[in-house]
Design a protein around this ligand. Sequence first.
Ligand code: AHG
Ligand code: MN
Ligand code: MN
Length: 336
Amino acid sequence: MIATTLNEFIIERQEEFPYAKGELSRLLSHISLAAKIVHREVSKAGLVDILGEAGATNVHGENQKKLDVFADEKFINALRGSAECCGIASEENEEIVIFDSEVARNGDYVVTMDPLDGSSNIDVNVSIGTIFAIYRRVSPVGHKATEEDFLQPGRSQVAAGYVIYGSSTMLVYSTGKGVHGFTLDPSIGEFCLSHPNIKTPHSGYIYSINEGNYKKFAKGVKKYLKYCQVSDEPTNRPYSSRYIGSLVADFHRNLLQGGIFIYPKTEHDPCGKLRLLYECNPVAFLVEQAGGKATNGRGERILDIVPKKLHQREPLYVGSRNMVDKAEEFIKEFGD
Ligand code: AHG
Ligand code: MN
Ligand code: MN
Protein backbone atom coordinates (compact mmCIF):
# COMPACT_ATOMS: atom_id res chain seq x y z
CA MET A 1 0.00 0.00 0.00
CA ILE A 2 1.27 3.47 -0.85
CA ALA A 3 1.19 5.86 2.11
CA THR A 4 -0.62 9.19 1.99
CA THR A 5 1.88 12.03 1.94
CA LEU A 6 1.46 15.22 3.95
CA ASN A 7 0.81 17.28 0.83
CA GLU A 8 -1.82 14.85 -0.46
CA PHE A 9 -3.50 14.81 2.95
CA ILE A 10 -3.60 18.60 3.20
CA ILE A 11 -5.13 18.89 -0.26
CA GLU A 12 -7.72 16.18 0.52
CA ARG A 13 -8.68 18.03 3.71
CA GLN A 14 -8.59 21.59 2.45
CA GLU A 15 -12.39 21.69 2.22
CA GLU A 16 -12.39 21.66 6.04
CA PHE A 17 -10.39 24.85 6.18
CA PRO A 18 -12.71 27.86 6.46
CA TYR A 19 -10.58 30.24 4.40
CA ALA A 20 -9.31 30.30 0.83
CA LYS A 21 -8.25 26.92 -0.46
CA GLY A 22 -4.58 26.47 -1.07
CA GLU A 23 -3.38 29.14 1.37
CA LEU A 24 -2.85 26.84 4.28
CA SER A 25 -1.54 24.08 2.03
CA ARG A 26 1.19 26.39 0.80
CA LEU A 27 2.08 27.50 4.32
CA LEU A 28 2.23 23.98 5.69
CA SER A 29 4.16 22.63 2.76
CA HIS A 30 6.77 25.38 3.16
CA ILE A 31 7.00 24.59 6.87
CA SER A 32 7.49 20.91 6.04
CA LEU A 33 10.22 21.78 3.56
CA ALA A 34 12.16 23.73 6.20
CA ALA A 35 11.60 20.82 8.60
CA LYS A 36 13.25 18.44 6.11
CA ILE A 37 16.25 20.74 5.81
CA VAL A 38 16.59 20.95 9.61
CA HIS A 39 16.15 17.15 9.82
CA ARG A 40 19.02 16.74 7.35
CA GLU A 41 21.33 18.88 9.50
CA VAL A 42 20.22 17.27 12.76
CA SER A 43 20.80 13.78 11.43
CA LYS A 44 24.39 14.52 10.51
CA ALA A 45 24.99 16.83 13.46
CA GLY A 46 27.98 14.92 14.80
CA LEU A 47 29.67 14.89 11.39
CA VAL A 48 29.48 18.51 10.30
CA ASP A 49 30.24 21.76 12.01
CA ILE A 50 26.73 22.35 13.37
CA LEU A 51 27.12 21.44 17.06
CA GLY A 52 27.92 23.95 19.77
CA GLU A 53 27.45 27.62 20.46
CA ALA A 54 26.86 30.21 17.76
CA GLY A 55 28.58 32.84 19.90
CA ALA A 56 25.53 35.07 20.50
CA THR A 57 22.71 35.25 23.01
CA ASN A 58 19.02 35.53 22.16
CA VAL A 59 16.36 37.81 23.61
CA HIS A 60 16.09 35.60 26.71
CA GLY A 61 19.80 35.88 27.46
CA GLU A 62 20.29 32.24 26.49
CA ASN A 63 23.32 31.16 24.48
CA GLN A 64 22.25 30.47 20.92
CA LYS A 65 23.40 27.18 19.49
CA LYS A 66 24.38 27.01 15.85
CA LEU A 67 21.35 24.84 15.21
CA ASP A 68 19.02 27.43 16.83
CA VAL A 69 20.28 30.01 14.36
CA PHE A 70 20.26 27.59 11.42
CA ALA A 71 16.67 26.46 12.08
CA ASP A 72 15.50 30.05 12.60
CA GLU A 73 16.93 31.07 9.21
CA LYS A 74 15.50 28.06 7.38
CA PHE A 75 11.98 28.50 8.72
CA ILE A 76 12.02 32.25 8.10
CA ASN A 77 13.21 31.74 4.53
CA ALA A 78 10.66 29.01 3.88
CA LEU A 79 7.79 31.14 5.18
CA ARG A 80 8.99 34.16 3.24
CA GLY A 81 8.82 31.95 0.15
CA SER A 82 5.28 30.78 0.87
CA ALA A 83 3.74 34.09 -0.25
CA GLU A 84 1.00 33.63 2.39
CA CYS A 85 2.83 34.85 5.47
CA CYS A 86 3.36 38.55 6.25
CA GLY A 87 5.45 38.13 9.41
CA ILE A 88 6.94 35.89 12.05
CA ALA A 89 7.49 36.01 15.79
CA SER A 90 10.34 33.70 16.69
CA GLU A 91 12.01 32.81 19.96
CA GLU A 92 15.32 33.78 18.39
CA ASN A 93 14.35 37.34 17.44
CA GLU A 94 13.50 40.11 19.86
CA GLU A 95 11.21 41.91 17.43
CA ILE A 96 8.75 40.52 14.91
CA VAL A 97 10.23 39.71 11.51
CA ILE A 98 8.17 41.55 8.92
CA PHE A 99 8.13 40.43 5.29
CA ASP A 100 7.90 43.63 3.33
CA SER A 101 7.52 42.59 -0.30
CA GLU A 102 4.30 43.41 -2.12
CA VAL A 103 3.31 39.75 -2.15
CA ALA A 104 3.98 39.37 1.57
CA ARG A 105 2.02 42.52 2.46
CA ASN A 106 -0.95 40.77 0.87
CA GLY A 107 -0.40 37.64 2.92
CA ASP A 108 -3.23 36.78 5.32
CA TYR A 109 -1.22 34.89 7.94
CA VAL A 110 1.36 35.36 10.65
CA VAL A 111 3.36 32.57 12.23
CA THR A 112 4.82 32.24 15.72
CA MET A 113 7.56 29.70 16.19
CA ASP A 114 10.18 28.11 18.36
CA PRO A 115 12.50 27.04 15.53
CA LEU A 116 14.59 24.73 17.70
CA ASP A 117 13.07 23.49 20.92
CA GLY A 118 15.22 21.60 23.40
CA SER A 119 18.50 23.36 22.64
CA SER A 120 20.24 21.80 25.64
CA ASN A 121 19.72 18.38 24.03
CA ILE A 122 21.27 19.24 20.64
CA ASP A 123 24.82 18.28 21.48
CA VAL A 124 23.91 15.00 23.16
CA ASN A 125 21.82 13.32 20.47
CA VAL A 126 18.52 13.59 22.35
CA SER A 127 15.20 14.48 20.68
CA ILE A 128 14.63 18.12 19.79
CA GLY A 129 11.87 19.86 17.86
CA THR A 130 10.27 22.83 16.14
CA ILE A 131 6.96 24.34 17.30
CA PHE A 132 4.72 26.61 15.23
CA ALA A 133 1.34 28.35 15.31
CA ILE A 134 -0.51 30.07 12.47
CA TYR A 135 -2.94 32.98 12.89
CA ARG A 136 -5.00 35.11 10.50
CA ARG A 137 -3.69 38.63 10.71
CA VAL A 138 -5.90 41.30 12.29
CA SER A 139 -4.20 44.27 10.59
CA PRO A 140 -5.40 45.24 7.11
CA VAL A 141 -4.19 43.16 4.19
CA GLY A 142 -1.93 45.12 1.85
CA HIS A 143 0.02 46.67 4.73
CA LYS A 144 2.93 45.52 6.83
CA ALA A 145 2.22 43.09 9.69
CA THR A 146 1.97 44.68 13.15
CA GLU A 147 2.57 43.39 16.66
CA GLU A 148 -1.21 43.16 17.22
CA ASP A 149 -1.30 40.37 14.65
CA PHE A 150 0.75 38.28 17.06
CA LEU A 151 -0.86 39.27 20.36
CA GLN A 152 -3.99 37.23 19.77
CA PRO A 153 -5.23 34.63 22.24
CA GLY A 154 -4.32 31.05 21.37
CA ARG A 155 -7.94 30.17 20.63
CA SER A 156 -7.56 32.23 17.43
CA GLN A 157 -4.96 29.85 16.01
CA VAL A 158 -6.02 28.52 12.61
CA ALA A 159 -3.38 25.82 12.76
CA ALA A 160 -0.56 24.67 15.00
CA GLY A 161 1.95 21.88 15.05
CA TYR A 162 5.39 20.65 15.81
CA VAL A 163 8.17 18.66 14.28
CA ILE A 164 10.04 16.18 16.44
CA TYR A 165 13.54 15.21 15.35
CA GLY A 166 13.69 11.95 17.28
CA SER A 167 14.44 8.34 16.50
CA SER A 168 12.38 9.22 13.46
CA THR A 169 11.33 12.70 12.38
CA MET A 170 7.62 13.43 12.64
CA LEU A 171 5.39 16.38 11.83
CA VAL A 172 2.18 16.63 13.87
CA TYR A 173 -0.39 19.32 13.13
CA SER A 174 -3.98 20.39 13.53
CA THR A 175 -6.17 22.88 11.74
CA GLY A 176 -8.87 22.50 14.38
CA LYS A 177 -10.26 19.26 12.89
CA GLY A 178 -8.29 16.68 14.82
CA VAL A 179 -4.59 16.04 15.17
CA HIS A 180 -2.64 14.16 12.53
CA GLY A 181 0.90 12.83 12.60
CA PHE A 182 3.25 12.16 9.68
CA THR A 183 6.56 10.33 9.78
CA LEU A 184 9.38 11.35 7.48
CA ASP A 185 10.48 8.57 5.17
CA PRO A 186 14.01 9.81 4.47
CA SER A 187 14.42 7.45 1.51
CA ILE A 188 11.76 9.36 -0.45
CA GLY A 189 11.96 12.66 1.45
CA GLU A 190 8.23 12.67 2.22
CA PHE A 191 6.22 12.98 5.43
CA CYS A 192 3.79 10.04 5.31
CA LEU A 193 0.57 9.74 7.31
CA SER A 194 1.35 7.42 10.23
CA HIS A 195 -0.85 8.69 13.09
CA PRO A 196 -4.26 9.83 11.79
CA ASN A 197 -6.67 11.44 14.26
CA ILE A 198 -4.57 11.25 17.42
CA LYS A 199 -6.57 11.10 20.66
CA THR A 200 -4.87 11.41 24.01
CA PRO A 201 -6.04 9.15 26.90
CA HIS A 202 -8.16 10.94 29.52
CA SER A 203 -5.87 9.53 32.21
CA GLY A 204 -2.28 8.39 31.95
CA TYR A 205 0.59 7.07 34.05
CA ILE A 206 3.33 9.58 33.33
CA TYR A 207 4.20 12.85 35.01
CA SER A 208 6.83 15.14 33.52
CA ILE A 209 8.38 17.98 35.45
CA ASN A 210 11.92 19.10 36.22
CA GLU A 211 12.09 17.75 39.77
CA GLY A 212 15.50 19.36 40.24
CA ASN A 213 13.49 22.52 40.91
CA TYR A 214 11.46 20.79 43.65
CA LYS A 215 12.58 23.09 46.44
CA LYS A 216 11.43 26.13 44.46
CA PHE A 217 7.95 24.73 43.76
CA ALA A 218 4.87 25.97 45.58
CA LYS A 219 3.13 23.75 48.10
CA GLY A 220 0.34 22.74 45.68
CA VAL A 221 2.85 21.41 43.14
CA LYS A 222 4.84 19.56 45.79
CA LYS A 223 1.66 17.95 47.15
CA TYR A 224 0.59 16.92 43.65
CA LEU A 225 3.98 15.32 43.00
CA LYS A 226 3.68 13.35 46.22
CA TYR A 227 0.21 12.25 45.09
CA CYS A 228 1.75 10.99 41.81
CA GLN A 229 4.31 8.96 43.76
CA VAL A 230 1.95 7.30 46.24
CA SER A 231 0.83 3.71 45.58
CA ASP A 232 -2.87 3.38 44.86
CA GLU A 233 -4.07 0.45 42.80
CA PRO A 234 -7.41 1.79 41.51
CA THR A 235 -5.71 4.86 40.03
CA ASN A 236 -2.61 2.95 38.87
CA ARG A 237 -0.28 4.99 41.01
CA PRO A 238 2.59 5.48 41.48
CA TYR A 239 2.94 7.12 38.08
CA SER A 240 6.20 7.01 36.17
CA SER A 241 8.38 10.08 36.02
CA ARG A 242 9.63 10.91 32.50
CA TYR A 243 11.39 14.16 31.63
CA ILE A 244 13.48 14.75 28.52
CA GLY A 245 13.90 18.52 28.77
CA SER A 246 12.62 19.18 25.24
CA LEU A 247 9.00 20.29 25.47
CA VAL A 248 8.24 18.82 22.05
CA ALA A 249 9.54 15.39 23.01
CA ASP A 250 7.92 15.33 26.46
CA PHE A 251 4.64 16.58 25.00
CA HIS A 252 4.68 14.11 22.09
CA ARG A 253 5.23 11.10 24.36
CA ASN A 254 2.49 12.17 26.76
CA LEU A 255 0.10 12.96 23.90
CA LEU A 256 0.40 9.41 22.59
CA GLN A 257 0.61 7.56 25.90
CA GLY A 258 -1.30 9.81 28.30
CA GLY A 259 0.31 11.88 31.02
CA ILE A 260 0.83 15.35 32.38
CA PHE A 261 3.61 17.83 31.66
CA ILE A 262 4.08 20.67 34.13
CA TYR A 263 6.34 23.70 33.95
CA PRO A 264 5.07 25.64 36.96
CA LYS A 265 5.96 29.04 38.24
CA THR A 266 8.66 29.01 40.88
CA GLU A 267 9.86 31.40 43.54
CA HIS A 268 12.35 32.88 41.07
CA ASP A 269 10.24 32.68 37.89
CA PRO A 270 6.71 33.78 38.73
CA CYS A 271 5.55 33.03 35.16
CA GLY A 272 7.48 29.79 34.72
CA LYS A 273 9.83 29.38 31.78
CA LEU A 274 7.84 28.52 28.70
CA ARG A 275 6.76 31.13 26.19
CA LEU A 276 3.05 31.59 25.60
CA LEU A 277 3.10 32.46 21.90
CA TYR A 278 5.27 29.72 20.50
CA GLU A 279 5.46 27.02 23.16
CA CYS A 280 2.32 27.00 25.35
CA ASN A 281 -0.30 28.01 22.77
CA PRO A 282 0.53 25.55 20.00
CA VAL A 283 0.71 22.57 22.36
CA ALA A 284 -2.50 23.73 24.08
CA PHE A 285 -4.28 23.87 20.71
CA LEU A 286 -3.05 20.38 19.81
CA VAL A 287 -3.86 18.81 23.17
CA GLU A 288 -7.41 20.18 23.15
CA GLN A 289 -7.89 18.86 19.63
CA ALA A 290 -6.74 15.47 20.91
CA GLY A 291 -9.20 15.55 23.85
CA GLY A 292 -6.77 16.76 26.51
CA LYS A 293 -6.42 19.96 28.48
CA ALA A 294 -3.99 22.85 29.00
CA THR A 295 -4.13 25.45 31.77
CA ASN A 296 -1.76 27.69 33.69
CA GLY A 297 -2.52 25.79 36.90
CA ARG A 298 -4.77 28.55 38.18
CA GLY A 299 -7.86 27.39 36.33
CA GLU A 300 -7.19 29.59 33.31
CA ARG A 301 -7.33 27.90 29.93
CA ILE A 302 -4.06 28.62 28.10
CA LEU A 303 -5.94 29.35 24.86
CA ASP A 304 -7.96 32.13 26.53
CA ILE A 305 -5.00 34.14 27.77
CA VAL A 306 -4.59 37.40 25.88
CA PRO A 307 -0.85 37.99 25.43
CA LYS A 308 0.60 41.35 26.33
CA LYS A 309 4.13 40.74 25.08
CA LEU A 310 5.72 38.73 22.29
CA HIS A 311 7.98 36.71 24.56
CA GLN A 312 5.59 36.43 27.50
CA ARG A 313 6.03 33.39 29.73
CA GLU A 314 3.24 31.36 31.27
CA PRO A 315 3.11 28.40 33.67
CA LEU A 316 1.98 25.30 31.76
CA TYR A 317 -0.04 22.27 32.91
CA VAL A 318 -0.81 20.18 29.85
CA GLY A 319 -1.88 16.64 29.03
CA SER A 320 -4.55 14.12 29.95
CA ARG A 321 -7.66 15.92 31.08
CA ASN A 322 -8.18 14.05 34.38
CA MET A 323 -4.55 14.54 35.38
CA VAL A 324 -4.60 18.28 34.69
CA ASP A 325 -7.84 18.55 36.68
CA LYS A 326 -6.25 16.69 39.60
CA ALA A 327 -3.13 18.88 39.59
CA GLU A 328 -5.36 21.95 39.59
CA GLU A 329 -7.26 20.62 42.62
CA PHE A 330 -3.99 20.51 44.56
CA ILE A 331 -3.01 24.00 43.43
CA LYS A 332 -6.40 25.31 44.46
CA GLU A 333 -6.16 23.74 47.88
CA PHE A 334 -2.50 24.39 48.68
CA GLY A 335 -1.50 27.28 46.40
CA ASP A 336 0.75 27.69 43.35
P1 AHG B 1 14.33 26.08 24.08
O1 AHG B 1 15.38 25.06 23.79
O2 AHG B 1 13.49 26.41 22.88
O3 AHG B 1 14.85 27.30 24.79
O4 AHG B 1 13.26 25.41 25.05
C1 AHG B 1 13.68 24.73 26.18
C2 AHG B 1 12.48 24.55 27.06
C3 AHG B 1 11.60 23.36 26.74
O5 AHG B 1 11.88 22.68 25.58
C4 AHG B 1 11.78 22.42 27.91
O6 AHG B 1 10.57 21.86 28.24
C5 AHG B 1 12.32 23.31 28.99
O7 AHG B 1 12.97 24.36 28.37
C6 AHG B 1 13.27 22.61 29.89
O8 AHG B 1 13.66 23.48 30.87
P2 AHG B 1 14.50 23.01 32.15
O9 AHG B 1 15.86 22.68 31.65
O10 AHG B 1 14.44 24.20 33.07
O11 AHG B 1 13.78 21.82 32.72
MN1 MN C 1 11.50 25.83 23.42
MN1 MN D 1 14.09 27.22 21.02
